[in-house]
Design a protein. Structure first.
Length: 211
């Protein structure tokens, strides 16, 4: 498989562990898992390069929302994070086969329902790779509020998605700590202590169907 993310410019003092393609777990992954792991590696690396993400985030307690086949979960487990992975579809069975996370940390079910079960200020990082598409913003509003609630004060939210969904995130959370680099599929934000006030300033929508 072509490694499109080979050239990464990290700070010398960063503790970020990059993917070793000779790693047995990586070699045992399918193509979707490898691609997902490399995409998350690139996203986190860019956050590190721009001083938006540090070791306490990618090595802390991480919620991998909509983890799919688990490529992103592999990347965070490689960095010694305490990963909780949740996925609604049966694709999560592919993650279970890797045997890289404790079984109790791999949840097959509704990610929003799971987030609502967590205490406030309990995660260092909430990530959602390929969230959406949601150009109307109804789902991301509910997702973001719950992700923000369970995030620690120093935590980060990282989302990759299509341009329409990212535009909705940027419009709604413009006061946030946003990624402003060359990529149009990446959103990084810190915890908002009054996220409702941001929503009231922007495109408020009825999200009852997700409650």
């Amino acid at each position: 498989m072509k490694d499109t993310f080979k050239k990464l410019k990290l700070k010398k003092d960063s503790q970020l562990i990059l993917i070793n393609q000779d790693d047995d777990n990586f070699k045992n992954m399918n193509a979707l898992q490898k691609g997902g792991a490399q995409r998350m590696e690139k996203a986190v690396s860019e956050g590190v390069e721009r001083n938006m993400i540090n070791d306490s985030h990618f090595r802390g307690k991480v919620l991998d929302f909509g983890c799919g086949v688990g490529g992103s979960s592999y990347f965070f487990s490689l960095n010694q994070a305490n990963v909780v992975a949740v996925e609604l579809s049966n694709s999560i069975d592919e993650l279970k086969k890797l045997d890289i996370l404790p079984k109790e940390n791999i949840i097959h079910g509704d990610g929003l329902k799971l987030m609502r079960s967590f205490d406030e200020n309990s995660f260092d990082m909430v990530v959602a790779q390929m969230l959406g598409p949601d150009s109307e913003g109804d789902f991301i509003e509910v997702f973001y509020k719950e992700a923000n609630r369970i995030l620690k004060q120093s935590g980060r939210i990282l989302i990759t998605s299509d341009i329409g969904t990212i535009q909705q995130l940027n419009a709604r959370y413009i006061n946030g700590y946003q990624y402003k680099g060359p990529r149009h599929d990446l959103f990084i934000s810190y915890k908002h202590n009054d996220v409702d006030s941001l929503l009231q300033q922007k495109f408020y929508r009825n999200t009852s169907k997700f409650k």
